[in-house]
Ligand binder design. Structure first.
Ligand code: B12
Length: 209
């Protein structure tokens, strides 16, 4: 039954229709549905469908960016003051490291995790390892995520786990992703996991933490 109530929102999100998704969300709110239900029974269902659709072999950047834009509009409407969903599943600090200004993949990771209830601290792009690690420690993050598109950031990636350990935070998981890092093993990068896609990273968090 709930599927049919949520269907207009799910369809609009998957088609990347920002206005349609917003209209559907406003209607659901007017009908008295809670923000949490819209997230768990609408947004999360749409994200799961997107997860199945965007395999490694079949990935349409424009499509996922349009979905991301529609999703951001819905999340901004549901949580207007930039407030995060009430019951977060945990905090994650994310960045592209010093010298790397690519951030499209990082934005997608943020979108996937935020839609699934995580609190994300975005340390931005061109971020020094120190800043990322200090932010993670100060914010009580369960995981540090690094998005790397150029191979020259690899030596910095190798410093993250050791820097966390130095601060007594060796239990914080380190995840790497992005075109330059996903070809390297977790062992070589000295991280806990190398994700092939944003959803792959989300699954790791969900299952391992
Ligand atoms: C778009 C792009 C740019 C844009 C970036 C715009 C932006 N705001 O990000 C612009 C034009 C600015 C740019 C600039 C440059 N670029 Co460029 N760029 C690309 C390009 C074409 C696409 C990257 C991209 O956005 N892909 C789409 C996203 C969605 O994919 P993704 O990042 O892999 O993310 C997915 C997953 O990997 C995952 N993911 C990503 N990160 C993480 C992290 C975690 C923790 C998890 C769980 C998952 C995850 O989530 C996403 C969805 O599943 C790539 C080519 C390529 N094949 O990657 C080159 C590329 C990355 N660029 C490259 C280069 C060399 C440059 C420049 C140095 C070029 C120059 N000479 O000026 C500059 C400056 C780079 C710098 N200092 O950072 C090289 C890097 C070579 C290397 N191996 O080091 C590439 C590979 C092109 C090439 N073949 O030479 N670039």
């Amino acid at each position: 039954m709930m599927g049919s109530v949520m269907q207009p929102l799910i369809s609009a999100l998957l088609e990347g229709e920002r206005v349609g998704a917003l209209t559907a969300t406003k209607r659901l709110r007017a009908e008295g549905l809670s923000r949490e239900r819209i997230i768990t029974e609408g947004i999360e269902i749409a994200m799961a469908a997107l997860d199945e659709k965007c395999t490694l072999e079949q990935f349409n950047l424009l499509e996922i960016m349009l979905v991301g834009r529609a999703l951001s509009a819905v999340v901004d409407f549901l949580y207007p003051e930039g407030s995060q969903p009430p019951k977060t599943k945990g905090t994650v600090a994310i960045a592209s490291l010093h010298g790397d200004i690519h951030d499209i993949g990082k934005k997608i990771v943020i979108m996937v995790l935020a839609a699934n209830g995580y609190r994300i601290i975005d340390c931005g792009k061109d971020c020094p390892v120190d800043k990322l690690v200090n932010t993670a420690v100060n914010e009580g993050a369960m995981a540090v995520m690094v998005s790397g598109l150029i191979t020259s950031v690899i030596p910095q990636v190798r410093q993250i786990k050791a820097a966390l350990e130095e601060k007594g935070q060796g239990n914080v998981k380190v995840l790497a992703g992005g075109a330059a890092l996903k070809q390297v093993s977790a062992h070589d990068l000295q991280v806990d996991y190398v994700a092939q896609t944003a959803f792959d990273g989300f699954h790791f968090l969900k299952e391992k933490l």
